[in-house]
Ligand binder design. Structure first.
Ligand SMILES: Cc1cc2nc3c(=O)[nH]c(=O)nc-3n(C[C@H](O)[C@H](O)[C@H](O)COP(=O)(O)O)c2cc1C
Length: 131
């Protein structure tokens, strides 16, 4: 039997009671037969992206860890709130870092987007931006 599909989840809010982190956690139990969904390494400690830092010392270890987890995964699910019509800054910074590493982790990677919001549009605009 083939190995299970390995999907990693990334969430966009660091709040303890985050709806989106709860959604990401719930996915672990909701995964269909033949799929495992686990949280990707956290981007919480990422420094602000700076090309000079990357050129002089390469991507930091925490960036490399997230990039490697995405590279190895069969797919990615991002669960994020919408902040001011777009992505939370921390998530955007994380994606900016990962977008600049070699052997591009997102190349040809299937990716799903979910957003939880008490707002009437449910985060439609952040989903559009993420796409
Ligand atoms: C800085 C900030 C900006 C927000 N902007 C939006 C917005 O543009 N659209 C929206 O639907 N909700 C917005 N919200 C409300 C969030 O959707 C809501 O706080 C949500 O619960 C945050 O996600 P979390 O529960 O995963 O932390 C904003 C919240 C914050 C803190």
């Amino acid at each position: 039997m083939a190995d299970k599909l390995n999907v990693v989840s990334i969430y966009g809010s660091l709040r303890k009671a985050s709806l989106n982190a709860a959604l990401a956690r719930a996915l672990q139990k909701l995964a269909p037969e033949g799929m495992v969904i686990t949280p990707a390494p956290s981007w919480a400690g990422f420094r602000i992206y700076n090309a000079d830092v990357q050129e002089s010392s390469g991507a930091p270890a925490d960036v490399t860890a997230l990039a490697e987890a995405i590279r190895k995964a069969d797919g990615v699910i991002i669960c994020t709130p919408e902040y001011n019509y777009g992505m939370p800054g921390g998530l955007k910074n994380a994606l900016d870092w990962v977008s600049r590493v070699k052997d591009q982790p997102f190349k040809d990677k299937p990716l799903a987007i979910q957003s939880a919001s008490p707002g009437p549009l449910g985060g439609a605009r952040v989903q559009y931006q993420l796409r």
